[in-house]
Design a protein around this ligand. Structure first.
Ligand code: CU
Length: 347
C-alpha cells in the first residue's frame, strides 16, 4: 500500500499547513457573538463553503471562476464480481492480467455566469494512465507496464437555478462531452511493439455524450446537506466501432462550517458504469479481461473526507476517498485510494 501511505502523508502535511496558515485572528463560530457572527458569516460565504469542488454550483451575474484541480486515482489487486481474485487465478484464465493502475488527472475549468439564473461551465483535462500487468506464458511470468497520456474530453454544461433562496439551491444542468481525447493510444508490450491499448487505457469515449445533472443544497446554521446526481449517456458507436457504457453518479454530503473561512466535508459517492457495446477490432479478444467489452461494467460506493478554505476570491479544496463497496462484471482491477486537491479564483 505505498500509494496509500504516500497519499496519507501528503494529506496530513497539507492539512497541517493549511490549519497553520489559517491561524489568524478569526474567531471560531462557537465563540462569535451574534452580531459579529452574522457580519462575517454571510449567506454568500456559506454557499461558497457548502459544496465539494467537483459539484455544480451557481455564480452571480458577471462572475468568472477559474479552477485548477489535480486528481489521483489508484487501483490495485483484482476483483471477480465482488470477491478478490489472485493474479495467478486471473492468469490461469488469461495470458495477460492487470496488477495495478494509476491515473493522474489535471483539470482546468472555467465558469461564467451571463445572468443570475444561468452559469456556464467548461472543463478540459490532461490525464496520464499507467498500468502494471503480468503476462504468463509456458509457466513464465513477464511483468510489464503500459502508459497513455494526453488531453481528455472537453465538456460544456449549462447550469440553471430552479430554486435559489437563502437556504435552498436547486440546480439542473445539461451539457455535452466533446471527444477531444485520442482513443487509439498505443504502447509497446511483450506481445508486440506499438500495440493498441485496451478500452480502459484510452483517455476518452470517442463520442459526443449528453450529460445531465441535478444538485440540491440545503443550508443550516452551522452545516449544509447536499445531494448531486449526474448521468452521462453514450448513444452511438465511435470511429473505432464501439461505445462505452452509460455512467451514473450520485453524491450525498454534509459540510460542517468550522468558521467563516473553513469547512470540513464528509461525503458518500455512488458510481455505476455499463459494459461496452461493439468492439475495437484491433484488440485481441480473449488475451486479457481488458480486451473484453463485457468486463467493464462496475458499481462502487466510496467514502470521502474533504476540507475547504476560503480566502477572499481564492478557495482551496482537498479530498481523500476510499472504496467501501465494489461490484464488477468479470475480472477487473479493484479501486484503491483516491485524492484530489484544487484551487479556484473568482473574478
Ligand atoms: Cu464556480
Amino acid at each position: 500500500m505505498t500509494v496509500f501511505s504516500k497519499a496519507i502523508g501528503f494529506f496530513m502535511s497539507l492539512l497541517l499547513s493549511l490549519v497553520l496558515m489559517a491561524q489568524e485572528d478569526e474567531l471560531s463560530i462557537y465563540e462569535m457573538e451574534d452580531e459579529k457572527f452574522r457580519e462575517l458569516f454571510t449567506m454568500d460565504i456559506k454557499l461558497k463553503l457548502a459544496s465539494p469542488h467537483n459539484i455544480h454550483h451557481m455564480h452571480e451575474k458577471g462572475d468568472i471562476m477559474v479552477r485548477i484541480m489535480h486528481l489521483n486515482m489508484a487501483k490495485e489487486g483484482l476483483l471477480d464480481g465482488s470477491s478478490e481474485l489472485s493474479l495467478a487465478d486471473a492468469n490461469a484464465a488469461y495470458m495477460v492480467a492487470p496488477k495495478s493502475m494509476d491515473m493522474s488527472m489535471d483539470v482546468l475549468g472555467v465558469m461564467y455566469a451571463p445572468t443570475d439564473d444561468i452559469t456556464l461551465m467548461f472543463m478540459i483535462d490532461a490525464t496520464t494512465k499507467s498500468m502494471d500487468l503480468n503476462r504468463r506464458m509456458m509457466m513464465v511470468d513477464t511483468p510489464f507496464s503500459t502508459d497513455s497520456s494526453g488531453i481528455g474530453d472537453f465538456t460544456v454544461d449549462i447550469l440553471y437555478a430552479l430554486e435559489d433562496t437563502d437556504t435552498n439551491q436547486f440546480i439542473i444542468s445539461a451539457g455535452l462531452s466533446i471527444p477531444t481525447a485520442k482513443i487509439n493510444h498505443r504502447d509497446d508490450t511483450p506481445m508486440a511493439a506499438d500495440m493498441i491499448l485496451p478500452y480502459g487505457m484510452q483517455l476518452g469515449s470517442g463520442t459526443v455524450d449528453p450529460r445531465i445533472a441535478l444538485t440540491y443544497i440545503h443550508i443550516y446554521e452551522l452545516h449544509t446537506l447536499g445531494f448531486y446526481a449526474n448521468a452521462r449517456l453514450r448513444l452511438y458507436d465511435n470511429y473505432r466501432g464501439y461505445h462505452l457504457g452509460d455512467e451514473f453518479k450520485a453524491t450525498g454530503w454534509i459540510t460542517y462550517f468550522l468558521d467563516a473561512s473553513k469547512a470540513i466535508i464528509v461525503r458518500l459517492d455512488y458510481e455505476s458504469k455499463g459494459n461496452i457495446s461493439g468492439e475495437d477490432d484491433e484488440l485481441v479478444f480473449g488475451m486479457s479481461p481488458m480486451a473484453d467489452p463485457d468486463q467493464y461494467a462496475r458499481e462502487s460506493i466510496c467514502a470521502g473526507l474533504g476540507f475547504t478554505y476560503l480566502k477572499d476570491d481564492w478557495q482551496f479544496y482537498a479530498n481523500i476517498s476510499i472504496p467501501i463497496h465494489e461490484n464488477v462484471d468479470g475480472i477487473q482491477l479493484e479501486k484503491d485510494l483516491s485524492y484530489s486537491v484544487g484551487i479556484t479564483r473568482t473574478f
